[in-house]
Structures are given as structure tokens and as C-alpha cells.
Ligand binder design. Structure first.
Ligand code: IDP
Length: 140
């Protein structure tokens, strides 16, 4: 299987509750390596740009406001099959539907405040990584 990179974001509901380390332990336990990491306060423009694909959705403005409500940790995870593996470790978007032992089942507060973001395809991972990191900032 190919070594891939994916973009992960630890969302404001999780940084607020001091869960950064607990969440990153889940990634590392499953073999995902954190090869770049930065704590950021997103601006409205940055959050809108990142979630532009959702701009017609009813929850867009609320999502943008939530993503700017506190610091986030943006990071690049690397490993075999990293995109799909990260989605598996995260669990379903809605924590009510997430499987036992996933980050969202164990930590998410709601379908919006669901603790983590993860790219959904290798193509989107490349775009999302480039949104936050220069190649030189990623040390594998
Ligand atoms: P994903 O994060 O699991 O890939 P997406 O459907 O791409 O899920 O949605 C992006 C983010 O938008 C979700 O992680 C969540 O924070 C928020 N979101 C998705 N659906 C809803 C909703 O129905 N109400 C409120 N927020 C939502």
C-alpha cells in the first residue's frame, strides 16, 4: 500500500477541552505519523476558503463561526493508506453514527463540533495540505 499524506485539523471544541494530546495519541497508535503541525487561530476568510465546497449548505455560516471560535491545530499525517485510515480513526461525521472507539464517538460534542477534520480523498488532501503548509514545513 502507498505511503500517503492527509490533512488533519483538531477543531476548537477539542482544543478548548485540552484534548489535543489524547486525539493525537489515537493517530499515533494506529501508525499515522505527525509530520507537520501548527496551532492557528483561523480568520473568517481562512475558514470560508477552507470550507468553500460547503458554501451553499445551510450549516456553512455556523460552521465557519465555529471553526473561528478558538484555536485549531492543523497537521499533516503520514502513513500507509493515510487518507482512509485517518477517516476510520476519526469516525462518522455525526458522532451519533460513529463507531465505538473512534475519535468522534469518544470526544465529539455534536455533528458540527465534531473534534476533527480529515481530508476525504488523496486529491483533496494535496489541496488542503497546500492550503496550510509549504513543502519545506513537512518533515517526514
Ligand atoms: P466530514 O468532516 O466528516 O468530512 P462534511 O460533510 O465534509 O463531513 O462536513 C464538514 C463539516 O461540516 C463537518 O465535519 C461538521 O463540522 C460540519 N457539518 C456537516 N454536516 C453538518 C450539519 O448537518 N450541521 C452542522 N454542521 C455540519
Amino acid at each position: 500500500m502507498a505511503i500517503e499524506r492527509t490533512l488533519s485539523i483538531i477543531k476548537p471544541d477539542a482544543t478548548r477541552r485540552n484534548l489535543t494530546g489524547a486525539i493525537n495519541a489515537r493517530f499515533e497508535e494506529r501508525g499515522l505519523r505527525i509530520v507537520a503541525q501548527r496551532r492557528v487561530q483561523l480568520t473568517q476568510a481562512q475558514a470560508e476558503g477552507f470550507y468553500a465546497v460547503h458554501k451553499e449548505r445551510s450549516f456553512f455560516s455556523s460552521l465557519v463561526e465555529f471553526m473561528c471560535s478558538g484555536p485549531v491545530v492543523v497537521q499533516v499525517l503520514e502513513g500507509e493508506n493515510a487518507v482512509v485510515l485517518n477517516r476510520e480513526v476519526m469516525g462518522a461525521t455525526n458522532p451519533a453514527n460513529a463507531e465505538a472507539g473512534t475519535i468522534r464517538k469518544d470526544f465529539a460534542e455534536s455533528i458540527e463540533a465534531n473534534s476533527v477534520h480529515g481530508s476525504d480523498s488523496p486529491e483533496n488532501a494535496a489541496k488542503e495540505i497546500a492550503y496550510f503548509f509549504a513543502e519545506v514545513d513537512i518533515v517526514g
